[in-house]
Write a protein that binds this ligand. Structure first.
Ligand code: NAD
Length: 476
């Protein structure tokens, strides 16, 4: 059995443990047992990390693509070797089923290998000029990055925050969520063990607002990369604006799923129901508002409810578990508030709607239908195991409902009609769209949103591009 590891920060190559620093208790959400005490950074710790990041950038920016690729590939190999241990640690900290955590490790492996190749294709160009003159366009790493990653993908998010900047030649100070620190440390440690210079990749933890103000207040940091809620994202963008820092913002969503009456309802449900309860719905691209054409609405609700009631909930380390607890006590509280409000406004509850047991942050997979548009849950990202099913008649009404909110991260459409597929692809305001598919991410594909869901991308060539700036050199 994997033991939960010691917790520390990694600052300028040193493992910094608690000493007389403040600490944060890391808790297993399945059992509420304390796993460890996490040291929180002081201002002096953050200053030390900044000095190291500045130094690290000045050397790493001059590394060859082959050197960067060797580190990324080496880390990918180590992550494969360590996959089971890392996945168990992630499940202990965050609650998701072990198999989901293991897939997350492999997602980071794929991303590091992709960027090992992609960093060898950072091209410039020379412009056509009269004889004797040259203008050369080059791409350079943006500089030291302050990266903030949340608790919902404790391995995948740190992997995204580290992979592209390192491939681009940047240094990174990573502050991942204090709730899931050992997973993030495991990803960074693989890079360091594969030869990443110790001042290029660092991990700090702290009081989030203190850390972000301190790091973003420093001119050393040239880029902010944040994944989390829209409200925190807006706050951090304002801090970054003071120093005109580059930003990549992966924020909230409220995923619409349009289901038309030309589909095989059972086939669709077999895909969309497990997608809803993946990671207990704590996914920014989670399918949330099911916008269903009225002829198939009753059978869709009945089939959704039946499959939801069969979802096996329990400790993610146990065999056969399909959904774990929620990651922290804030989430079941939010579910109670949002589902209570929806019911009070006339929404129908078909499954769940209650906590499970009195140990761990469990909340039952839940299904609501006919929820009025002014209910809180129709406007606020639920970030939990609840599906909202509402009937609509016409294609235009369905598109209007999908676009009603200020979010635009992921959307999904299920239809066999080719014309409709094209119309929806054009009309839906979203960063990512799945057509007859819930798979909308891959190492080689840009991941990101529009509107309040943020801007910029991670993954794909676009993720690398977001860590580069352009310089033009005009020679006489
Ligand atoms: P939150 O909004 O306070 O925190 C979200 C994340 O941002 C956490 O990782 C937190 O450590 C970090 N954070 C908060 N304040 C920060 C600051 N000032 N500087 C730097 N980082 C900061 O609250 P929460 O309860 O953790 O999550 C609430 C909501 O956030 C969820 O309901 C969901 O809507 C959203 N969320 C989105 C994602 C995503 O993948 N886009 C991930 C986690 C949470």
């Amino acid at each position: 059995m994997t033991a939960y590891p010691e917790l520390y920060m990694i600052i300028d190559g040193e493992r910094v443990s608690a000493g007389d620093r403040r600490t944060h208790k890391v808790v297993n959400p399945a059992t509420q047992e304390t796993l460890g005490e996490l040291p929180l950074a002081s201002a002096a710790d953050l200053d030390r990390a900044l000095v190291a990041a500045d130094r690290g950038f000045r050397t790493w920016r001059n590394s060859t693509p082959q050197e960067r690729a060797a580190v990324l590939q080496g880390a990918a190999r180590l992550l494969v070797e360590r996959a089971d241990d890392l996945a168990r640690i992630a499940t202990m900290e965050q609650g998701k089923p072990f198999q989901e955590a293991r897939i997350e490790v492999m997602m980071v492996v794929g991303l590091f290998n992709f960027y090992a190749g992609e960093c060898q294709r950072i091209y410039g160009r020379s412009l056509v000029r009269p004889a004797g003159q040259r203008s050369i366009v080059t791409r350079e790493p943006v500089g030291p990055v302050a990266a903030f990653s949340p608790w919902n993908f404790p391995l995948g998010n740190p992997g995204r925050k580290l992979g592209a900047p390192i491939a681009a030649g940047c240094s990174v100070i990573l502050k991942s969520a204090e709730e899931t620190p050992a997973s993030a440390l495991g990803i960074l440690q693989a890079l360091l063990d594969a030869g990443l210079p110790s001042d290029v990749g660092q991990a700090v933890f702290g009081v989030p607002d203190e850390v972000s103000r301190h790091l973003l207040g420093s001119p050393i940091i040239r880029k902010l990369s944040f994944t989390g809620s829209t409200v925190v994202g807006k706050h951090l963008m304002k801090l970054a604006a003071e120093d005109m820092k580059r930003t990549t913002m992966e924020l909230g969503g409220h995923g619409p799923v349009l289901v038309f009456d030309d589909v095989d309802v059972d086939q669709v449900l077999d895909t969309v129901v497990p997608a809803k309860y993946r990671n207990a719905g704590q996914v920014c691209v989670s399918p949330t508002r099911y916008i269903v054409q009225e002829d198939i609405f009753d059978s869709f609700v009945a089939g959704f409810t039946e499959r939801t009631k069969a979802v096996k909930v329990g400790n993610g380390l146990d065999q056969g578990i399909q959904m774990g607890p929620m990651a922290n006590p804030r989430r079941p509280d939010a579910m109670e508030r949002l589902i209570g409000d929806a019911k009070a406004r006339g929404g129908k509850l078909h499954a769940g709607g209650e906590r499970i047991g009195n140990q761990g942050y469990y909340y039952a997979p839940s299904v609501l239908s006919e929820v009025p548009l002014d209910a809180e849950i129709m406007n606020e990202e639920p970030f939990g195991p609840v599906a909202i099913l509402n009937p609509f008649r016409a294609e235009e009404e369905m598109i209007a409902e999908a676009n009603r909110l200020p979010y635009g991260l992921a959307a999904y459409v299920w239809t066999a009609n080719a014309r409709r597929q094209k119309t929806i692809a054009r009309e839906i305001e979203t960063g990512m769209l799945g057509i007859n598919s819930m798979m909308i991410a891959g190492a080689d594909a840009p991941f990101g949103g529009v509107k309040w869901s943020g801007h910029g991308h991670e993954d794909g060539p676009e993720g690398l591009d977001a860590c580069l700036v352009t310089k033009v050199v005009h020679e006489a």
